[in-house]
Design a protein around this ligand. Structure first.
Ligand code: BGC
Length: 551
């Protein structure tokens, strides 16, 4: 069997917001199973489900209370098995989220650690230290949490435990072999059930070096490089996965630099790692170029394919981001910080998101789409504060808006909320804006000019032309693209065994000529290309082969 994941398209499902089968306002596994045909019709190869495990849902389920069960709001293990069987029958592989850095404070192990004494084996499963200063009242380091505030919280008896994220998300102690054993059990539990792979949360931060002490800015110290024990953990994961047939795989969530990421996707470690640079890059040719280079660098250094992403559940929707014309920096940056007080220009954003879709689906390697990206949904920026759930919002005291705006339940059909997300009259856990009426799937299915139609075409084209999935990418300089004005045009050639293709993205205001060849994809209607490639548009042409040229 081939390594299917090397050039696969994955569709990220946020189960709470995909489809609500029982009308309680929250998406569930039965709702997802009933709507699988829509995902299959899109032409993707696999699903990635974000966490559906029992959880108090402080962090959207990334606070896992039990790694080998299903939260009752989503169903039960039997519902999971039905989903898995239905997905496989529809030709879709299923990958799930693994959260090894931290659990929920409701996890049995942490409940035990609270009850147990300092120095006990129960405490040794977490990162527990005595404090500094009189009575140990000062935290062991000055490190801050990714979600704002301190990263140390006290047990009732005065010891401190470390949490990279929320205080309800205690970090595991990966230096304790019991933790590695437990994760091996968890991996096997899901592999035995038949899952095809995992997305590994916060994959590069499992090990912390507290001996480094206080740091400027309170940044945590995460040991890097080939000698980090992290690699041994991924080698162990890999050995477990290789025990199973069917080419199981894992993709790493990481924001580390290319040289570090390349180490994590060596042949005996994990399979793929997201290039998240494209989720943050501004809409300019140099910024896109740099973001793509990062993914290619990992591929060059490791031999693993690049893994492309434009949207996920942690970041503002592309339509809004490109409409606001900003660059995002740092991790979990949910703000779009409009430069213009009028808010994002969604027409511009949609134009660019269409061009970005053409680019994304023409990059060699694996591709991830986030539910709703194929509908061109905007970020919902005006959610009332009292419905917001993201700890990023609450821990920042409301100064950072948080990530709820990209997690609003999907619009399926009907002209009023809940737009088919749940039964008529049910109230989705986050309110859907009226603009969703015009973006509902059923409408887009009938409109050849819709974002959905574009994604379907792009994925069909990607399947039909191996070069778009597996070609070798060569950048074209401005002068090699006919009429390409320096600076605004991003262009590259993909060379494959049978054909080559040229991808051109025009981020600037001037129309540029379309490269010669057979047009296979375009972000604008073909008629709009008569005078050349307009601003914020992208095309892919398959180049004439030398045989044809000689005829
Ligand atoms: C997930 C976030 C989550 C965080 C903490 C991230 O990588 O994508 O949604 O808040 O991990 O688990």
């Amino acid at each position: 069997m081939t390594e299917w994941w090397r050039d696969a398209v994955f569709y990220q499902v946020y189960p709470r917001s995909f489809a609500d089968g029982d009308g309680d306002g929250q998406g569930d596994l039965a709702g997802l199973t009933a709507r699988l045909d829509a995902i299959a019709a899109l032409g993707v190869d696999a699903l990635w489900l974000t966490p559906f495990y029992p959880s108090p849902m402080v962090d959207g389920g990334y606070d896992v209370a039990d790694y080998t069960d299903v939260d009752p709001r989503y169903g039960d293990l039997a519902a999971f098995d039905r989903l898995l069987a239905a997905a496989h029958a529809a030709g879709l592989r299923v990958t799930i989220d693994l959260v090894p850095n931290h659990c929920s404070s409701e996890h049995r192990w942490f409940r035990d650690a609270i009850e147990a004494a300092p120095g006990s084996p129960e405490r040794a499963r977490f990162l527990v230290r005595d404090g500094r200063g009189p009575g140990g009242a000062q935290p062991p380091t000055n490190w801050g949490s990714v979600f704002s505030g301190a990263s140390w919280t006290r047990f009732p008896d005065g010891q401190w435990y470390y949490h990279l994220f929320d205080p309800t998300q205690p970090d595991f102690n990966w230096a304790n072999p019991e933790v590695a054993e437990e994760f091996e059990r968890i991996l096997r539990f899901w592999l035995d059930r038949g899952v095809d792979g995992f997305r590994i949360d916060v994959s590069d931060a499992l090990i912390k070096d507290f001996d480094a002490g206080d740091t400027p800015g309170g940044h945590p110290v995460i040991p890097k490089g080939a000698s980090s024990p992290l690699h041994e953990h991924y080698r162990a994961f890999r050995r477990v996965m290789d025990d199973y047939d069917g080419d199981r795989m894992a993709v790493l969530e990481t924001g580390a630099p290319a040289e570090e990421v390349a180490l994590l996707v060596r042949p005996d470690e994990m399979h793929l790692a997201f290039d998240l640079a494209l989720t943050k890059a501004r809409w300019t040719a140099p910024a896109l170029h740099e973001a793509i280079e990062e993914g290619l660098a990992v591929a060059r250094l490791s031999g693993a394919p690049a893994t492309w992403v434009i949207e996920n559940h942690d970041l503002p929707r592309a339509v809004t981001r490109y409409g606001a014309d900003v660059e995002l920096s740092g991790e979990y940056v949910p703000e779009t910080e409009h430069e213009d007080a009028g808010g994002p220009d969604l027409e511009q954003g949609t134009r660019r998101a269409r061009a970005a879709a053409v680019l994304l689906c023409s990059l060699p390697g694996a591709v991830y789409l986030f539910q709703g990206q194929e509908l061109g949904l905007p970020e919902v920026e005006d959610l009332p504060d009292d419905v917001r759930e993201d700890p990023v919002f609450h821990r920042s005291g409301g100064t950072t808006r948080g990530r709820d705006g990209c997690r609003v339940p999907l619009p399926w059909e009907g002209s009023e909320a809940p737009y088919g997300f749940g039964p008529e009259g049910s109230a989705p856990w986050l309110p859907q804006p009226e603009v969703f009426a015009g973006l509902r799937r059923e409408l887009q299915e009938r409109d050849p000019g819709s974002m959905l139609a574009l994604y379907r075409e792009l994925l069909t084209t990607r399947k039909a032309h191996t070069v778009l999935r597996e070609g070798t990418l060569e950048w074209l300089a401005a002068h090699e693209v006919p009429g390409g004005s320096a600076g605004d045009v991003l262009a590259f050639r993909l060379r494959g065994a049978e054909e080559s293709a040229v991808v051109v993205v025009n981020t600037g205001p001037d129309v540029v000529p379309v490269a010669p060849g057979y047009l296979v994809s375009s972000s604008v209607p073909r008629a709009a290309l008569a005078g050349g490639l307009p601003r914020d548009a992208a095309v892919v042409v398959v180049e004439p082969t030398s045989d044809q040229e000689n005829q």
